[in-house]
Write a protein that binds this ligand. Structure first.
Ligand SMILES: O=C(O)CCC(=O)C(=O)O
Ligand SMILES: [Fe+2]
Length: 225
């Protein structure tokens, strides 16, 4: 399931993020790639320990915690600290790869169930740079407005097309979900969205309460806390 998340960051937050990104410091993204991905990865990343990256992480994590669609779709248990990348000049693409299944987070292991890219440059600022995600029915080519994000299964083969002019800036991170299985997550997400619309249209009723109970019972059945 590929989900577009609108309004992850406001226009003001994007402006602030861009100021931080303009300061750098940038380093070769290949430094943090796995064995297969290193051959495909041709981009730059903001130095992980820099104050700029730390401020950006706080900004993004704070926004995600308050984003109902993200919470409903990802059901996050752990979030790998977001990183920030840039594609421009000679380091301008990331070929087909899959993300690592397991990452380390302060001595703990995090299973990557979902991958997320938060676009931080406007589409008109660069040529190319589509995030292309393969799924059962083909490929999805995605280029979103600054402040919007794409959430997709970490198991999918994906790539970033060459940026032939301008610079593409993004934040990216992985999520370990409370619900490991993609099918179960999908059922919960669909139920949650349908319930929300029912409530908007008809208000609360005995039926919406009962369905909410079913939602929580399924979550109880499938969540791994
Ligand atoms: O830049 C992106 O949108 C995705 C980056 C990516 O796939 C990765 O770092 O594994
Ligand atoms: Fe990736």
């Amino acid at each position: 399931m590929l989900i577009r998340l609108p309004d992850v960051l406001s226009a003001d937050q994007v402006r602030h993020a861009r100021e931080l990104l303009a300061q750098g410091p940038w380093e070769d993204g290949a430094r943090t790639a796995g064995r297969q991905a290193v051959q495909a990865k041709q981009n730059e990343q903001l130095a992980f320990a820099s104050p700029q990256a730390q401020a950006l992480r706080e900004l993004l994590l704070g926004a995600l915690e308050r984003h109902p669609l993200f919470l409903s779709a990802a059901l996050p248990k752990k979030i790998v600290p977001p990183q920030f990348n840039r594609y421009t000049g000679a380091l301008n693409h990331y070929g087909d790869h899959v993300d690592n299944a397991i990452r380390s987070l302060g001595g703990q292991r995090v299973r990557g169930d979902l991958s997320c890219t938060v676009f931080l440059a406007e589409p008109h600022e660069y040529e190319g740079g589509e995030l292309v995600v393969r799924h059962a029915f083909g490929e999805e080519r995605v280029k979103l407005a600054a402040g919007q994000a794409l959430l997709y299964p970490a198991s999918s083969v994906h790539r970033v097309e060459p940026v032939t002019a301008g610079a593409r800036l993004a934040g990216f991170f992985w999520v370990e979900s409370l619900v490991r299985g993609e099918e179960q997550r999908r059922i919960l997400f669909d139920l949650d969205m349908a319930l929300m619309r029912l409530r908007e249209q008809h208000g609360e009723s005995a039926e919406t309460v009962a369905l909410m109970g079913t939602y929580h019972n399924l979550l109880r059945l499938w969540a791994d806390t």
